[in-house]
Write a protein that binds this ligand. Structure first.
Ligand code: UDP
Length: 424
């Protein structure tokens, strides 16, 4: 039970088991906890969050049957379909038990589940529990998805069958009362009204969630904080931070072009090279010896960084990113312009927005090549021709900041969401 034996109504959170989905869900949990709710996080065994980062929450693991599946970017959608099948019954059983055991005052008030964890909605509606969807990507992805489905109807085939099945499963019988979006009105004003029409239930854009919950930490890998000491010794706005998120990966040739471009740019760089899952040689070991030495002399390599802290550091002048939605928001919030190198899914549309709509990103469009990398890094951080990007990034940061202040759009939207939950 919570502090001083006081009973609190309980919100159950069901995150999708990937870093970019876990982070915003736990941030939302931190916000709701600070507003007086108990939080139970129901999670898969695969990529389970670290409970010690959130001692104020309760954690409940359910079997997902993914133990023998080697999950990669290629079978991401299939693995989500599978876990929805596998988690449905254990989740339902757990929920039945929880409802049986709940005491007056600590009832489950609602279930908030990641858009793709639709098994949670099915149980909630069967057991008459309110549910709310959390969308962890930009609102524009809904519009992009509608266009792709339209193309499919017209006989083109831009979508894989498993993806179509996932969206159909997720949206064929939606019973949830509301949608929470980790986005910001000033960034996506034009598409948010389309989102409202599509979902037909209230939509609460309350992003950037990480700014409402700065203490929340959902890292699945251990953050290497030594890079902060390294950053402390670099000049203001000189460093390019390079990270491709938690899923995207590069082959040897791409890694080499990236390394040459970074070294040749003569700018210091902080580079996240994640460990590989299959015991293959790790990033830097794949580089020719001389290049690897140059990399270590000019830059700093870590396996996982405290990204939000890095982006807010004065030494960081640019972010070379795969344009995952969290990375996009985190960079915009700190006024850091970006080099955009999207790989798949929403990353491509995010990159387009960063470069063509918000004007804070440079897209690396063609095959990765050292000369183009060198040019982009210098343009982003030092060259005069990149000044407009740096200025625009600083301006956008200010606009976004207003949304979380008292009276700002996200601030008000969060209060409306709390009113709704309190009425359940
Ligand atoms: N992240 C981090 N350290 C790193 C790389 C990434 O903490 O070295 C965090 C980052 O701050 C973000 C999340 O991991 O919150 C990645 O989510 P995103 O949506 O950007 O990309 P994904 O991993 O889903 O492709």
């Amino acid at each position: 039970m919570e502090e001083q034996g006081q009973r609190r109504r309980r919100v159950v959170l069901v995150p999708s088991p990937h870093q970019g989905h876990i982070n915003p869900m736990l941030q939302l949990g931190t916000i709701l906890h600070s507003k007086g709710f108990s939080i139970t996080v129901v999670h898969t065994q695969f990529n389970s969050p670290n409970p010690s980062n959130h001692p104020e929450f309760e954690f409940q693991s359910i079997p997902d049957g993914l133990m023998d599946v080697n999950i990669s970017a290629r079978n991401l959608v299939d693995s989500i379909l599978l876990l929805n099948e596998n988690c449905r019954e254990p989740f339902r059983n757990w929920l039945v038990q929880m409802i049986k055991e709940q005491q007056p005052g600590d009832e489950i008030v609602c279930i908030i589940y990641d858009e793709v964890m639709y098994f949670a909605e099915a149980s909630a509606s069967q057991l008459n529990v309110q549910s709310i969807i959390l969308r962890t990507s930009g609102a524009v992805t809904v519009v992009a998805r509608l266009v792709l489905f339209q193309l499919k109807e017209e006989g083109y085939n831009p979508l894989k069958e498993s993806y179509v099945q996932l969206i159909n499963n997720a949206y064929s019988a939606r019973t949830s009362s509301a949608v929470i979006s980790n986005t910001i009105y000033c960034l996506e004003e034009s598409v948010l009204s389309q989102l409202q029409q599509y979902f037909k239930v209230p939509n609460f854009p309350i992003g950037p969630l990480h700014k409402f919950a700065p203490s929340s930490n959902g890292s699945l890998l251990k953050e290497d904080t030594s890079c902060i000491s390294w950053l402390n010794n670099q000049s203001p706005k000189s460093v390019i931070y390079v990270s491709l998120g938690s899923v995207a990966s590069m082959d040897k040739k791409e890694l080499e072009e990236m390394a040459w471009g970074l070294v040749n740019s003569k700018q210091p760089f902080l580079w996240v090279i994640r460990p590989r899952t299959n015991n293959a040689p790790e990033g830097i070991e794949l580089l020719p010896k001389v290049l690897a030495e140059d990399v270590q002399e000019n830059g700093y390599i870590v396996k996982w960084a405290p990204q939000k802290e890095v982006l807010s550091h004065v030494a960081v002048g640019g972010f070379w990113s795969h344009c995952g939605w969290n990375s996009t928001l985190e960079s915009i919030c700190e006024g850091v312009p970006m080099i955009c190198m999207p790989f798949f899914e929403d990353q491509k549309v995010n990159a387009r927005y960063l470069s063509h709509v918000w004007g804070v990103g440079l897209e690396l469009e063609h095959e990765l090549e050292r000369g183009a990398v060198e040019k982009a890094v210098r343009k982003l951080t030092v060259d005069k021709e990149g000044e407009f990007l740096r200025q625009r990034a600083a301006q956008l940061k200010e606009e976004v900041e207003l949304s979380t202040r008292k009276g700002g759009f996200s601030y008000n939207s969060l209060n409306e969401l709390l009113d709704l939950i309190n009425k359940f």
